[in-house]
Each structure stands twice: as structure tokens, then as C-alpha cells.
Ligand binder design. Sequence first.
Ligand code: FAD
Length: 458
Amino acid sequence: MHSADTIPVVWNENSSAEQYERARVGRVFNLRRPDRFPVAIVEAEKEEHIFEAVQLARKKDLRISVRSGGHSWAAWSVRDGAILIDLGKYKQIDLDEKTGIVAVSPSTTGQAINSFLGQKSLMFPGGHCPDVGLGGFLLQGGMGWVCRSWGWACQRLVAIDVITADSRRIRCDKNDHSDLFWAARGAGPGFPAIITKFYLQTISLPTHIRESVYIFPKEDFKIAFEWVTSIAEAYDTDTEIVCVGRFVPDYKESVVLVCFTTFKSSDEDAVKALQIAEDSVPPTSLQKHFARPTSLQQQYVQQGLANPSGHRYCTDNAYIDNDADVPDVLEKAFTTLPSRKSFALWYAMAPLSRRTLPDMALSMHSDHYFAIYTVWEGAEDDEQCQSWTFNIMKEMEPHTIGQYLGDSDFQVRNTKYWGKDQGEKLMRIRQNWDSDGRICGYLDRGDKSGTSGLQNIL
Ligand SMILES: Cc1cc2nc3c(=O)[nH]c(=O)nc-3n(C[C@H](O)[C@H](O)[C@H](O)COP(=O)(O)OP(=O)(O)OC[C@H]3O[C@@H](n4cnc5c(N)ncnc54)[C@H](O)[C@@H]3O)c2cc1C
């Protein structure tokens, strides 16, 4: 570690290989590590370090990349020839108990914020996995708990503090620098500044969480899927609904799980919400688990097990057209998984997808969010696992209307991420705030997109 004036920096040219490698990718979740090499990594511990890192990059005329939680599947933070500002050591959570607004540093994880808020009987619907950073998650919209009716996590964003590409410190909200505030809710990794703090509106903690899980043989995918989609849109609005194709210990073949997780303030309400599924479930399920008590902490443990660290991942996703024959479009992905740890996921988005969203960059959705998480252990399986994912998504393409940034890799596939007008407005905002392309932005093939950003076409 060397100090450039006062900041903690690990330079590529004069650190040990081990030290540099730890700083470069040690906090990258995906074990499929990129061949991209920043000039230096600033391990910021406070806001001042971020400010000075931006000045350092300007002085040396280098690009800047940012890492909050390190969970970008495609490791967007790791960029050739850049100064990487790693926010992992910059930790802050401050609650204003009068307003219920919590101010957090961007590397705060969903689990950390909820452990803190839980003590105050509050909650923030962050990412499902315990360790996803709020930084990347909120910027792309944030598919948090009960997104289908509680809304996108970024809809609870009240303000942000940022350091601009020309190193000014500003606060942005609906009145001040409202264009940047608009962009912060959906720009994803193309946001043209560095966020140092998020101000988030919390909600009351639902004290009674219960889940029902129904397991079907994969041959019955269509039966299970047609059932869950037939009840999803009108289902209880505090209930999250997912359908997952995956392997579970009891069965040799993969199975189809349909899960309802409800967040209520009494047991009676929780059981009542889950009864609707129980009363209509098709008779062919292999196992039924009705309304078992759970907690946010248990949910994080389950999610952590389903998304193990220390593994190689390849993910892709699509919003499926509401008018498509969705069971038909998804069947192959759900029933031909390439490894025992991989899974395919459908996440109910209605009724949110039928509402008019607030005016913000995030502007793409349908009733059907579909994602593949291909998970494996050794580099020898890279080719097979990646080509399975690529081929599945290719076949699906005619039935898709776009993608969610959070599970995307623009180096592999490019599609539509925002409505047409919102996409154009976002690219203008990016150019206004960072005309030199100081902040690395969207990582496309060859890292060429710069200030032009993404094309945003199907
Ligand atoms: C196991 C796992 C589970 C997931 N579950 C969910 C989920 O439930 N819901 C969901 O919506 N997504 C989910 N995701 C996707 C995840 O939200 C995105 O990958 C997100 O980008 C991760 O944020 P991060 O801060 O951890 O990542 P990072 O890799 O640290 O950041 C990603 C990029 O965001 C930008 N960025 C981050 N912080 C800042 C900042 N302070 N200022 C400016 N730009 C910044 C940078 O371009 C950065 O490279 C999951 C991912 C994983 C690996």
C-alpha cells in the first residue's frame, strides 16, 4: 500500500503481485475473473479519499471505475488503464429516526442495512442476496423484496451525494441537479458520477414472514408455470412469487420450485395470504410446504446457499413479452440446466409492471422477468456453460422486449435497457456531466462505448 499524498492506493507498477491481485479482484464475487488491469486501486475509507482519488485520476488523465459491493457478474469495476475506487472499506449507516430516512455508504449490503434497521423495527427492500452492495443494486433499479408490488428499490431513493467527474461535491434530489437524480434511478454502471451516499426511505418491518414452497417434477414445468402465472398478477401485494428450475438434494433430475414468500404484520394475515396458492396448487407436486415461518435472516442464508461464493458464474436475463406463449418460451431453460448448481428463475413482476412508473431512467419491464444463473466450479467447464447460456438466450430473443441491467453483460449481448425516450435522455445526461468519459461507463466488448453509452435497441 502506498500513499499518493494522503489516500490509500495500491499501484500496479510498484506493489507485490499478490497485493495488487487482492486489490484488483479480491472483492469480485464471480470467480471467473477478468483479464483487465487497472493502473491503481484506491481503497477508500472515507468520502475524502474518494474526492482525492478523483483528483488523482484527473491529474494523471486516467479513467475512473467504482466498486461498491463487488457483485457485478461481469466485474464492471475492473477496467484496463483506470483508477479503481473501491468503496469496500467506506462504511456508514445513519438513521434519521424522525423521518425514517437512512443515509448509507454505497458498499453497505442488503443484509447489513437490514440488520441495523431491524433493531429499529424498520426495513429496506434491498437485494435478495446478503452481500449485494446497495451501490450497484440501486443504480440499476434494484429488484428487492416484493418488487412486484412494493416497487423498485430506487423508488425509495430520496437523495444522493455525488462527486462529479470534474470533482465537485453535490447533493442531488428532485429539486437540485434533478437530472442526475433521475439518472441515478436506472442508469446502472453508466452513471456519470460517483455516489458517495444514498438517502433511502425505509419501511416498517413486517414482523411475520412465511413461505410456501411447491416442488414439481421438471416434466410438469408447464403445469406448474401456467398455474403460478394464472394467479400471480392478482395475488396478495405483500407476497413475492418466484418459479425456479434447479437441482435439490432429494432428486437426481432437476425440479421446478414455486415459492410464495409473504411479509406481514401478523401470523393470521401471513397464513391467509398463502392460502390462496394452497387452495389452487395442481395435484402433481412432489412436495408441498405450506406457510412455514421464516425470517429475513433465514432468507439471506437460503439465498447465500443458492448463490455460493467462490464459483464461476455466467448470467443473462430477459423481460419476456406479455403476449408471448411464456411457458413455451421458458421450458427449455427450466428443464435442461447444464450443471447441478445452475438455476433458471422467473420472477413475477405484475402488478408493478402494469403501473406507470415515476419519471426516472428505469423504464423497462414486463410481467415476466426471466434470468439464468449458470454456476460451475472449474475453468474446464467455461465453454460448455457459457455456450448453453448464450444459446438459450438466443432462442428466446424473438419473444423478449429487453433486459434488466443487473444481470446483464454488455460484452456478450446488447439489447434494450430503457424506453426509447428515457435511453436517449440518459445518454444526453451522461454527456453533460462527463463529456470526457472520465468515468468508465458501460463495459461493452473491447470497452469502447465511452461517452456514447449503449445503443438501447432490440
Ligand atoms: C449473488 C447475486 C445476487 C443478486 N441478487 C440481486 C437481486 O436480488 N436483485 C437485483 O436487482 N440484483 C441482484 N444482483 C445483481 C446486482 O444487483 C448487480 O450485480 C449490482 O451491480 C451489484 O452491485 P454491487 O455494488 O455489489 O456491485 P459492484 O460490482 O461493486 O458495482 C457494479 C457497478 O455499479 C456501478 N457503481 C457501484 N457503486 C457505485 C457508486 N457508488 N457510484 C457510481 N457507480 C457505482 C459501477 O459501474 C460498478 O462497477 C445480484 C448479483 C449477485 C452476484
